[in-house]
Design a protein around this ligand. Structure first.
Ligand code: ADP
Length: 435
């Protein structure tokens, strides 16, 4: 294994894993710090998906270090701390504290921070992060409910949450090319050794070419911290150096036999449009009534009985437009109702497996988490991309459902991802057909 990635949330983990697969690295994503899993299998990269973005910094450090130890015990020597391309964090962390802790654990005094992802309109110039044409602080991220980003100057943002000295690897330096930058980085490492607390440089990048230069210049560092973009540059550098061989079949998943289903618990704008698109094309669908769930009715059993009668691939959804969600949340409480609906989907997913369903498209970050847990899936091999940031994946149905591991294909889509025809597009892909 050439690379171990520690990601601060699940969909972000899938995103970086997709980047690695796209570059030809066989990649597995493990959900949470592995406890039961002893080996990742024959792969080039492992991404450990944590949920550490907004938890207290101490807990985020503890989980990240546990993930690091697990990877180290399996011989990994290069590490990548993955966060969001909009640098989602608060003045308390967790990007700075986790980066500091990983540096200390690895005994390294220098690393970079580079959330740039030019393909997705995230660019960094003179340490300032842009989202499209806007500075981060003028983008929608300024109103984020958990991690409002009100300063685009990442040197300042990171310095406020890190005990390392935060500096800049400017675009002028990146533009000199991989060799000159590599030399500069070696100098910076030597200087950083003299600092007691280490140095983290924000790395400018405005194009994919910049990420390639950075990848080549940074390929030997024990630790980088970045969004998913830098994975492209690093993977290319590893392949160019012969550290790993690009595998043309990196995205190939095991053929899986069984029925398919779409489950949707996301109420985002994109998902509402996707559900509408499915229904208007005349495909079978059943809506879960949130009021019946809140009233304690056996909704999961009813839905499963309906599904057992269907021949074609069905959509099972709770997705509702904003006005309806607001009214339901007012009546039953947002968190309580959300959890009840997730629990219902978890029961449905288990029942569907008993009906020979082995291919699931799931919409909603939390909903996906609930389904994956209910199915006992602990790790996902990353396959072909359906829409940016959303690949097909394959896992093994585990305890408590199956006595022995059984393969299942999963496409896990967080709220606002995917085109209107995402569900049918995902199901129509060659690798998603029943074997
Ligand atoms: P997203 O990725 O769009 O944020 P999530 O699955 O993470 O989607 O979150 C959606 C939340 O809304 C879940 O907790 C889900 O159970 C809940 N939910 C789904 N349908 C409804 C509904 N009709 N009314 C209220 N909450 C709902």
């Amino acid at each position: 294994m050439i690379l171990g990635v520690i990601a601060d949330d699940h969909t972000g983990a899938t995103d970086v894993a997709s980047m690695l697969v796209r570059s030809g690295l066989r990649t597995v994503q493990i959900i949470g710090v592995p406890t039961d899993i002893t080996e990742a299998g024959d792969v080039d990269a492992v991404v450990i998906a944590l949920k550490s973005r907004t938890i207290p910094a101490d807990a985020a450090i503890e989980q990240s270090l546990a993930a690091l130890r697990w990877l180290q015990q399996r011989g990994v020597q290069r590490f990548y701390f993955k966060y969001c391309s909009t640098f989602d964090s608060t003045p308390q962390g967790n990007i700075g504290p986790v980066a500091d802790a990983l540096m200390q654990a690895l005994g390294t005094h220098y690393c970079i921070a580079c959330p740039a992802f030019p393909e997705n309109q995230r660019t960094i110039f003179k340490g300032h992060l842009f989202v499209g044409e806007l500075l981060l602080s003028d983008s929608g991220m300024r109103n984020h409910p958990l991690t409002p980003m009100t300063d685009a100057n990442l040197v300042r943002v990171l310095q406020a949450q890190s005990r390392s000295k935060v500096g800049l690897l400017s675009h002028l330096q990146v533009a000199k090319g991989a060799e000159a930058l590599g030399q500069l980085v070696r100098q910076k490492i030597a200087e950083a050794e003299k600092e007691t607390s280490g140095v983290i440089d924000i790395a400018d990048a405005i194009t994919n070419d910049d990420l390639m230069v950075l990848g080549h210049a940074l390929a030997d560092l024990p630790l980088v911290t970045a969004g998913s973009g830098l994975a492209l540059g690093l993977a290319a550098a590893y392949i160019a150096r012969g550290l790993v061989k690009a595998d043309a079949h990196a995205a190939q998943l095991p053929a899986t036999k069984g029925r398919a289903v779409v489950i949707s618990g996301s109420c985002s704008v994109a998902t509402n449009a996707q559900v509408k698109h499915w229904i208007s094309s005349g495909k079978p669908a059943i809506k879960i009534d949130a009021r019946e769930i809140a009233g304690g009715q056996p909704v999961a059993q009813q839905v499963l009985a309906w599904h057992a009668q269907q021949k074609d691939t069905c959509l099972i959804y709770a997705t509702s437009p904003p006005e309806e969600v607001a009214a339901l949340q007012k009546a039953f409480g947002a968190n309580a109702l959300g959890e009840q609906i997730e629990h219902c989907f978890a029961q449905i997913a288990q029942g569907l497996v008993a009906q020979e369903v082995r291919r699931l498209v799931v919409a909603g970050g939390e909903t996906s988490g609930a389904v994956v847990n209910a199915l006992g899936v602990q790790s996902l091999k990353i396959g072909e991309t359906i829409d940016p940031g959303v690949p097909w994946t394959s896992g093994q149905l585990g305890k408590p459902l199956m006595a022995s591991p059984t393969p299942v294909l999963l496409a896990l889509k967080s709220g606002n991802f995917g085109s209107e025809d995402f569900f049918s597009k995902a199901l129509a892909m060659k690798g998603a057909q029943s074997a």
